[in-house]
Each structure stands twice: as C-alpha cells, then as structure tokens.
Design a protein around this ligand. Structure first.
Ligand code: CP
Ligand code: NVA
Length: 310
C-alpha cells in the first residue's frame, strides 16, 4: 500500500516518533541514507511561493541520492488547467514521490487517490504538516530528545483558521502534547479539525484547547509559536487581517509568562512588528533558524520512511 503524508494525522504517534528519530539521526549524518540513489526523481510542485520548502526538498532529495524536479505551476500545464488526476498519472509513471504545495486540501487528496507513489503535502490552505514535523523536532532538541515532547505545552497565537493552526492541533495532539490555539473568535479553527485533535489527544495523552485569551495560552508553555496574519492567497484581505490579531502579537511580556527556558517558533516568513516583535524573534528564546534547518532533516526522514513502506 502506498503511504502518503497529506495531513499530520496520516502518521500515528509511534510513526511520528520514528520519523522524528530518523530526522535527528540524519541531522548528525546527512548522507547516511540513499533511498533515491540512481538518481530517482521526486517531483516538487509549487502553486504558491516558497523559499524554505523549495530549498529543503531540493537539497533533501539530492542528499538522499535523488533528483529533485522542481515544477512551478506557471511553467506547467497544471497552470493552464490540466486536471489533477491526469497530472498524477503522468508523474506517478516517472517519479518516486510527489511533493505538492497548493490551495485546496481536496486537490492533494485527489492526487494521492490516483498516484501510486507517496504524495507529500508541502502546504495547503488547510494544513502544513511538514512544517510541524520540523517544529516538533526543534522542540524535542530543546527538551533533550523526542521523549521530551510528551506532556510539553505549545501555544500558538494568531490566525486560528489557517494551515499552521490546524497542523499544530493535529501534530501536537499526536505527539501527546498540550496544544493551545489563541485566536480571535472571528478566526476559530475548523471545528472538525479541533474534534479530531481532541480524539487524538485523548488517545495519546495530550490535551487541546482553543481560547481567545493569549495570556491563558502562553502561561507555562514550553514553546510559543506564531505565523503571519495574512497567509498566501489572502493578500486581498490584508487590511482587515490586522486589527483583530494585534492582541495576539508575541511580545517579550507574553514570553515572560511562558515556562522558564520556553522557545519561540515561527514557520517563516515572519513580519516583525506584526505577529511577533523583533525583540522576541531575534532574541535568545528564538529557535527559528534551527526550525528552518530542521525542515531539511525532518523531510528527508519522512521521504525515506514513506518510500520504505510504499
Ligand atoms: N515555512 C515555509 O513553508 O516557508 P516557505 O513558504 O518559504 O516554503
Ligand atoms: N500560513 C502561512 C504559512 C507560510 C509558510 C501561509 O499559508 O502563507
């Protein structure tokens, strides 16, 4: 059976742990695994902009011995309306895996339904699961290993309805963590995702909370995370997406309420003075550059893990 990674809950707690452990091992020895030796090709498709995802998948596929085939929508027939299913049929005959950044989650699900090679979500409007793997790896490093994730508290402040909020809810619940999303009532997460996260938290010994109070969220947190208030595709709403989020800006005063030694995470790109102050993101608690580097290690581990099981 082909394994895909379309949402955070496509990995069980044990599987997530295996991938994270492998990511830590690959960070120590970057060329230890060569499942793509040949080189075999991995298609990496972008319908939206990207710096980190593009670089980390290109470098990662090459380090696994493979050939990263980077395709931008504008330069391919998908940009002119070729169907998802037909694109999947073509890619699956020639590539060992498909990585896709796009808009609708339903499109990547359609891709996976047709493809017979692993499909990886490189960000949709609803989820950004590769990012959360890197974030969990970064928090694990700060807490002495993967075992340090269970029971740890992560507070996410900002747009509760975006891809990062949804992926934190699922990914942290699977890791057995306490995850709190603090967001204005106008930008609550998808209730179905919250419901699934609650079930996963019960299974894995974690907890899930959604609140409008940023102080409640950060109190005692081991990691405080934020993200842009204006996700890709929402640029037209930029003006309305400022005022409701101002109380959720991560400031030093809020960080002071977190647990001693708490780290700050941000998937990047960041907008200093909006969702986070420069004092925090450029300060001693910030782990954002480790987090960006960990995209590489976590995704290499994920690719190797999926290829072995597909
Ligand atoms: N964090 C992240 O996915 O960054 P890019 O948009 O630059 O890929
Ligand atoms: N929520 C952001 C994440 C960017 C990596 C967006 O979708 O633009």
């Amino acid at each position: 059976m082909t394994r895909h990674f379309l949402r955070d809950d496509d990995l069980t707690c044990l599987e997530q742990r295996e991938v994270l452990e492998l990511g830590l091992a690959l960070k120590k020895d970057r060329l230890a695994l060569r499942p793509l030796a040949g080189p075999k090709a991995v298609a990496v498709l972008f319908d939206k902009q990207s710096t980190r995802t593009r670089v980390s998948f290109a470098v990662g596929v090459a380090e696994l011995g493979g050939y990263p085939l980077i395709i931008d929508a504008a330069g391919s027939q998908t940009g002119r309306g070729e169907s998802v299913a037909d694109t999947a049929r073509v890619l699956t005959r020639q590539c060992s895996a498909i990585v896709w950044r796009t808009y609708a989650q339903s499109d990547i699900e359609e891709m996976a339904a047709v493809a017979t090679v692993p499909v990886i979500n490189a960000l949709t409007d609803e989820f950004h699961p590769c990012q959360v793997l890197a974030d969990l790896m970064t928090l694990a490093e700060a807490r002495g290993g993967i075992g340090g994730l269970k029971g740890a508290k992560l507070a996410y402040l900002g747009d509760g309805a975006n891809n990062m909020a949804h992926s934190y809810l699922l990914g942290c619940a699977i890791a057995g963590m306490e995850v709190v999303v603090a967001t204005p009532p106008s930008h609550m997460p998808d209730p179905t995702v919250v419901g699934t996260a609650r079930e996963l938290a019960i299974e894995n010994g974690g907890a899930v909370e959604v609140t409008a109070d940023p102080l409640v969220a950060v109190r005692g947190a081991h990691a405080v995370a934020s993200d842009t208030w204006v996700s890709m595709g929402m640029e037209g709403e930029a003006a309305e997406r400022e005022l409701p989020f101002v109380p959720y800006q991560v400031t030093q005063e809020l960080m002071d309420q977190a647990a001693p030694g708490a780290i700050f995470l941000h998937c990047l790109p960041a907008y200093r003075g909006k969702e986070v102050t420069s004092e925090v993101i450029d300060g001693p608690a910030s782990r954002v550059w480790d987090e960006a580097e960990n995209r590489l290690h976590a995704q290499k581990a994920l690719l190797a893990w999926l290829l072995e099981r597909s």
